[in-house]
Design a protein around this ligand. Structure first.
Ligand code: GMT
Length: 380
């Protein structure tokens, strides 16, 4: 059905990381549907192409003052929101990641109310804002308050909704809107997989992509790969940057597999890397959804993962890959070898992974956000 174009302000983290990627892809999808989208954050989001006339980016500047040990980003963000919402007659404010975005968004709402302007705020919870950072006693009251005072709250998985209700005193209904992927965008921008650049024809390629935080259990990946490469010729591609990179590199040295593991750093060419990958590893301690697993699956890469948090809602055991308890390196290794050992088995898992990923297509999920925006607007 035809929907009247809306003016939507999106607040997110612009750096590498699932919440920023989802917010950016949502904005791009909304712009394609003719909505006017305004991104408000401290840097241009990494995956945001500003060539679409419906997409606007407004940078939040935080003036530094030597008296402050911590510069007040929330104040600068809420002030910027007030200015942009007024200037562009924004209809809906959508903040991704509760800390500090929902808090700053609430303050902007209240400042605007003083001027007789009402703006509905939708808060999307992404995971670490609830399970790791937000749950810390130093933040918890502010996070609880911001969630309870959002007009609409969504979480990216049922598991994250359950965690939020368990960990916080929530008086709001939380709607589950899963993360999504634009299936039509996959493998269209390049014609061939340049596999030979990374590996020999007989080698299997195993990949991991993340921000290398302790929660990703990076050294488990090295352990699993160590077991895999004992059974078959293989390479491991490690994509991303973060504090666990050094310990992982050290472990590769100790295991004598340095020449088989390639640390690529952050990359904007995830599709190109996944295009020639045979298996994706995600043994995380926690994961509200596991967007990286979905990105792998849409590129026909099966996933060996832990069963933490929302991962079972994305990776289906025995279909798109296998799941194990956190830290069960032996089982994860055995399942990885089972998939990689046989060409036909691998092919079947690749096809299954793609089929499962298609259920998270942008065209299935974005209308759910649009319906929520419309509902919020109807309340005004
Ligand atoms: O996983 C991270 O450390 C990054 C984090 C983020 O805020 O970007 O990711 C969270 O949000 C993603 C998008 O919704 C989810 O796919 C990730 O599972 C989630 N991470 C965790 O829950 C640890």
């Amino acid at each position: 059905k035809e929907i009247d174009p809306m003016k939507i302000a999106i607040v997110c983290y612009p750096t590498f990381g699932g919440s920023g990627v989802v917010a950016t892809e949502l904005g791009i999808a909304l712009a394609k549907l003719n909505h006017e989208v305004h991104f408000i954050t401290y840097k241009q989001p990494v995956r945001l192409d500003l060539l679409n006339p419906n997409i606007h980016f407004h940078e939040v500047h935080v003036p530094t003052y030597p008296l402050f040990l911590y510069q007040p980003y929330e104040l600068a963000l809420s002030s910027k929101l007030v200015g942009i919402i007024k200037k562009h007659n924004i209809d809906v404010l959508h903040v991704h990641y509760a800390i500090p975005h929902a808090y700053a968004g609430y303050m902007a709402k209240k400042m605007l109310e003083e001027e007789g302007i009402y703006i509905p705020m939708l808060t999307t919870l992404h995971g670490t804002d609830i399970t790791l950072v937000g749950n810390h006693p130093n933040y918890k009251p502010a996070v609880t308050f911001s969630i309870n005072n959002s007009d609409i709250v969504t979480s990216v998985s049922q598991s994250l909704k359950d965690d939020t209700l368990r960990l916080f005193n929530i008086k709001q209904d939380i709607k589950v809107v899963p993360n999504f992927i634009d299936v039509s965008q996959q493998k269209t921008s390049f014609t061939d997989c340049q596999r030979e650049v990374m590996a020999l024809p007989e080698e299997r390629i195993v990949t991991h992509i993340s921000n290398f935080r302790p929660v990703k259990r990076i050294t488990d990946i090295i352990d699993i790969f160590y077991n895999i490469q004992k059974e078959m010729p293989a390479k491991l591609l490690m994509v991303g940057e973060g504090p666990e990179r050094k310990p992982a590199e050290q472990k590769c040295k100790e295991f004598g597999i340095k020449d088989k593991v390639i640390f690529l750093g952050n990359s904007n060419e995830i599709d190109k890397i996944l295009c020639f990958s045979d298996l994706f590893l995600l043994p995380s301690e926690r994961e509200s959804f596991g967007l990286a697993a979905l990105e792998a699956m849409v590129n026909k890469v099966p996933v060996i993962s832990s069963n933490a948090g929302g991962i079972p809602e994305v990776n289906r055991h025995g279909v798109s890959g296998y799941l194990s308890n956190v830290g069960d390196i032996e089982e994860m290794s055995a399942n990885a070898i089972k998939i990689l050992k046989d060409d036909d088995v691998l092919e079947q898992f690749k096809e299954n992974a793609y089929k499962e990923a298609k259920t998270f297509d942008v065209n299935e999920i974005v209308p759910k956000y649009i319906a929520l925006y419309e509902g919020a607007l109807a309340m005004t």
